[in-house]
Every structure is written in structure tokens, then in C-alpha cells.
Design a protein around this ligand. Structure first.
Ligand SMILES: [Zn+2]
Length: 281
């Protein structure tokens, strides 16, 4: 019992961000190859055995996303800069592994974005966006989206029909029998949705000191990019490109750094909690 307790404490202290965590300035990472030549998948940075976070910079290539009336900033550039800042902050503390769906200005269809996370066996998927409300320039603050119940049911049914026997869900082989697979997918998705919602609440709590959230900070939606059944996923709207204050914050290196530190704090706390829970089983 004492040994178990000591183990748990060691685990918890190894993962809970120390006082130095918020002082890091974010060291720029030298960009080597953008993908793993052996697999063609995005490269993973970080020590083996750590949980993997996949960061998805929204939009890209021919899809600019929203365009800010302030400085004509394009959402695709803003999201890439923020995702990169988050990655660099995570690499500095080294508690998780991290990969990005794109590291340059390229277009990826939505399904490919979460399929990359699935293929890499990610433990968390975060799609980064920036909001726009052209008719309400007073709207500001961050919003977190997770998959809605209705969308998840529909998706589970669809997936069950499309699967073949070589497909796997949450590490287990599917049977190829639609009814049984539907249940397996459903279970995996339900677990993912619970974890995603928990992470949304944690993100609000951990990151509120770094940047503002909207009063209704957590919303549910049928967003394609959130539909990986076995990877907890959120879509994070950083703030409004149609709001002058938000745009100035999001577009500045200092603002991005604060956003990165807030999100890192949530990610590291999330995995520290999960490790303690697994060890306690
Ligand atoms: Zn967007």
C-alpha cells in the first residue's frame, strides 16, 4: 500500500506543472523534416511513452478561413501561429508528445485531420480556430466546441456501416458485423465525449487567467473535425477576428504565448489526472 502511494505521489508530482511552468518563454523549435519519411504521417516530437496531443491549425492553403477587418489577418495564418506556439510550449516542458496536422500553409480536408490523429493514436486532438461575427464587433472571447450527442449517434451509425474487418476502434478490432460494431463504436465515442467535455471544463478553469472566454464557453456542435470516435477532441475558437481587442491579442507574439501557456497548463493537468486515475484502478 505504501509503495503504491509513493508511486502515485511520484507520478502526480512528475506531471503537475511546477511554479516554473508559467515562466517559460517558449524556445523556438528548429524545423526539421515536416513528416516522418517512414510513415508519411506528421512527425511526433517528444519522449516515447508520453501521451500524444495532436494540434490542428484550422484552414490552410486555398481556404483562408475568416479574414479580419483589422489588418486583413487571415484565420489560416493565425491558427498556424497559435498551434505552433502551443507546440513549442509543450515541447519546453516535455510532459507530452506533440504532432501537428500541418506545419505550413496547406489545405487538408476535415476528415483527414482527425484521421491523422487516429493513425498516430493520439490521446487528445485540438483543432485551433479563430471566430468571426461580422455583424457584432463587440463579440469577443474564446469558445470550446465538442461533438453534440445527436451528431455522435449519427456518426456511430454511419461508421458502423462503413467499417470492414480490418478496421480498429480504440485499439480493438471490429467484428465486421454492423450491430456489434455499432455498439463498440458507440462505447468508444461515449467515452471520448465524456473526456472531451471534461477537458473543455478544465481548459476554461486553467486558461482563464491567460485569456478571456465567452460567458457560454462550452458549446456542442456537429463539426466534422470532431468526429474521431476514439480520440477525445475539442475545437478551440481562440477569440474573434472581428473584434479589435481580440485580434490585437491573438495576432501578437505575447498574446499567442499567453494562449499557449493557458492551453499547455490544461493539457498537462488533464494527463496528470488521467495517469493518477489509471494508476489507482
Ligand atoms: Zn475556422
Amino acid at each position: 500500500m505504501e509503495i503504491l502511494l509513493a508511486f502515485l505521489i511520484a507520478l502526480a508530482t512528475a506531471f503537475v506543472p511546477g511554479p516554473s511552468a508559467r515562466r517559460d518563454e517558449g524556445v523556438p523549435i528548429a524545423l526539421a523534416d515536416r513528416s516522418d519519411p517512414a510513415t508519411g504521417l506528421p512527425r511526433i516530437i517528444g519522449g516515447a511513452g508520453r501521451p500524444l496531443v495532436v494540434l490542428d491549425a484550422g484552414h490552410g492553403g486555398h481556404d483562408p478561413g475568416a479574414i479580419s477587418p483589422f489588418g486583413a489577418r487571415r484565420e489560416k495564418d493565425v491558427t498556424l501561429a497559435i498551434a505552433t506556439a502551443i507546440r513549442d510550449a509543450l515541447v519546453v516542458s516535455g510532459r507530452v508528445r506533440v504532432a501537428m496536422t500541418r506545419e505550413d500553409d496547406r489545405y487538408l480536408v476535415l476528415k483527414d485531420r482527425y484521421e491523422l490523429a487516429r493513425k498516430l493514436r493520439a490521446s487528445l486532438f485540438i483543432s485551433i480556430h479563430a471566430d468571426a461575427a461580422p455583424s457584432n464587433d463587440g463579440a469577443r472571447g474564446a469558445t470550446i466546441y465538442t461533438l453534440s450527442e445527436v451528431a455522435s449517434d449519427r456518426e456511430a451509425a454511419l461508421l458502423a456501416e462503413q467499417q470492414n474487418q480490418s478496421d480498429r476502434i480504440a485499439g480493438a478490432s471490429l467484428s465486421g458485423e454492423t450491430g456489434v460494431d455499432r455498439i463498440l463504436i458507440d462505447l468508444a465515442q461515449r467515452e471520448s465525449m465524456t473526456v472531451s467535455a471534461g477537458f473543455a471544463a478544465l481548459l476554461k478553469r486553467e486558461a482563464s487567467a491567460f485569456f478571456p472566454f465567452r460567458p457560454e464557453y462550452h458549446r456542442f456542435a456537429s463539426l466534422v473535425v470532431l468526429k474521431a470516435p476514439d480520440v477525445p477532441s475539442i475545437l478551440f475558437e481562440t477569440g474573434y477576428l472581428t473584434n479589435a481587442t481580440d485580434t490585437a491579442y491573438i495576432a501578437s507574439p505575447e498574446g499567442r504565448q499567453q494562449i499557449a501557456l493557458g492551453i499547455r497548463s490544461a493539457i498537462e493537468t488533464h494527463f496528470a489526472r488521467r495517469l493518477v486515475r489509471v494508476a489507482a484502478r
